[in-house]
Design a protein around this ligand. Structure first.
Ligand SMILES: Cc1ncc(COP(=O)(O)O)c(C=O)c1O
Length: 463
């Protein structure tokens, strides 16, 4: 390799933004060793780059990319958007800072000190053998702790052998489809339904159909009438996403009986089943699953933190071996350290304490946001308060302009979602889906809502 090639590589990296102003480049001797060239070759390339102003030499500090370089815009920031504009919009909302975001635990009340302490302990307890590949079904201690938690809190009757650790909803669903289904098997999703779930299933389930949801949850009669032959139904019985309604007991029984008769499976997405604020709480549907047809999906995204990416499946006993085999074939297990920290968080009792505190806090914050909505927008929205969850749905009393309205709110950093966007077919309801878990006072909520008061009134009163 000659000096010109080295020069060209550096220049290109600097111009493309991969090397940023102020960043250090390797010492001449180190780079020469690395590339297997003479020191003189590297020195010549660096001299030209310094001469042209791309690099500066700072004596003992070494050689840096010129901190004064004014690059137009870094390549990474200029990457083209996603092809699917709707998906791009969802991703922007998910990743941007703002208020009323959906499905995020209260970050201001997270027990950071405790978490750091447990993280330190978990790291110090790390032994060389734990640097090998992790167990594909998950850390045994965490599987034990989860089995015990779901048995006590969600009424399941399971053992650790049925628990499989996954890295989130999409991973769980993909694993279920890979383990259970043939390509043409019919899959049923709720309508409306979690938008990222819809996006995934449209891509990986060739024979996808929808069943409507009403005040009692999934319309099981509709399922029996139109899709008797389905192989898999994916639903959220505790708090439907996004309507937050609970699947009624008679419907649960009908659904379970249908699954048993037809050898079909039900996926119970219990993503925020921990947060219920009334006394009439139904246990998880899987607790009534005598025929073992329910695959239960839990996540720590709502109870601990989404960035950790730890979720789990509780499998029917008869499926454990086939899931284990699929998992061994398609993956290599999940990172061990977060599982070790979490397992301590659960087994030392901090998780239960945290949940109890969050339940009370979310109930309070829901009340505050509801009161603020009614104060700032009297008569414009209608609420159908349900058992719990982490968001409110503010239904429009008139009209169908929820997409336009959400765009107005989003422009003011109020990251609500239009309800109609959750529907895959044309029978829609209209409203805003509002996360309340990170709003700290009614006053704060009122001030935020006042940002969009005039524009909201103008839009909704026109109709
Ligand atoms: C309906 C629904 N299911 C599941 C999840 C859990 O997602 P994950 O475990 O991938 O963070 C979410 C999170 O937003 C959700 O809204």
């Amino acid at each position: 390799m000659g000096y010109q090639q080295i020069y060209q590589r550096y220049k290109q990296q600097i111009l493309s933004g991969q090397l940023k102003p102020g960043e250090k480049v390797p010492a001449i001797r180190v780079l020469a060793d690395d590339l297997g060239v003479a020191k003189k070759t590297v020195e010549t390339a660096y001299n030209i780059l310094c001469g042209e102003g791309y690099l500066v030499s700072r004596g003992a500090l070494g050689t840096l990319v010129n901190p004064d370089l004014q690059l137009q815009q870094h390549q990474a920031e200029r990457t083209a958007g996603l092809q699917d504009a709707e998906l791009q919009h969802l991703v922007d909302l998910r990743d941007n800072a703002g208020y009323f975001r959906l499905g995020i635990p209260s970050l201001d009340e997270f027990p950071y000190k405790k978490w750091l302490l447990l993280s330190g302990k978990a790291i110090r307890a790390m032994r060389p053998e734990q640097m090998l590949l992790p167990p594909v079904m998950g850390l045994p201690a965490l599987r034990e702790a989860i089995a015990s938690y779901v048995t006590i809190s969600r009424g399941l009757n399971c053992t650790a052998s049925q628990v499989c650790i996954t890295s989130g909803y999409k991973h769980s669903i993909a694993l279920i489809l890979q383990s259970l289904l043939q390509p043409q098997d019919k899959v049923i999703y709720e309508e409306p339904g979690y938008f990222f779930g819809q996006k995934l299933l449209k891509r990986i389930a060739a024979n996808l159909h929808y069943v409507p949801v009403d005040k009692e949850g999934l319309n099981v009669d509709y399922l029996l009438q139109h899709h008797q032959d389905a192989r898999l139904v994916i639903c959220s019985p505790s708090h439907h996403s996004p309507l937050a309604v609970t699947l009624s007991l008679p419907r649960r029984q009908k659904l379970l009986a249908w699954a048993q008769q037809h050898n079909s499976y039900l996926v119970e997405d219990d993503y925020d089943g921990e947060f219920h604020y009334t006394k009439k709480v139904l246990p998880a549907m899987k607790s009534q699953d005598q025929a073992d047809r329910v695959i239960y999906l839990g996540t720590f995204s709502k109870t601990v933190m989404p960035s950790m990416r730890v979720s789990y499946l509780v499998l029917p006993k008869a499926l454990v071996n086939s899931f284990h085999e699929t998992a061994e074939i398609v993956e290599t297990g999940q990172p061990l350290l977060p599982q070790q920290i979490l397992s301590r968080f659960l087994s030392e009792g901090h998780f239960f304490k945290h949940l109890k505190k969050m339940r009370a806090l979310y109930q309070l914050r829901r009340q505050m946001v509801l009161a603020a909505m009614q104060q700032v927008f009297p008569g414009l929205f209608q609420f159908e308060l349900t058992d719990g969850g982490m968001h409110l749905v503010a239904f429009l009393r008139h009209g169908s302009a929820d997409q336009q309205l959400a765009a107005i709110w989003q422009a003011q950093q109020l990251l609500v979602f239009p309800l109609s966007a959750w529907y895959a077919t044309s029978q829609k309801r209209y409203g805003l889906v509002i996360g309340y878990t990170n709003i700290q006072s009614q006053q704060q909520a009122v001030e935020l809502l006042q940002r969009v008061q005039v524009a909201t009134e103008a839009l909704l009163q026109q109709r």
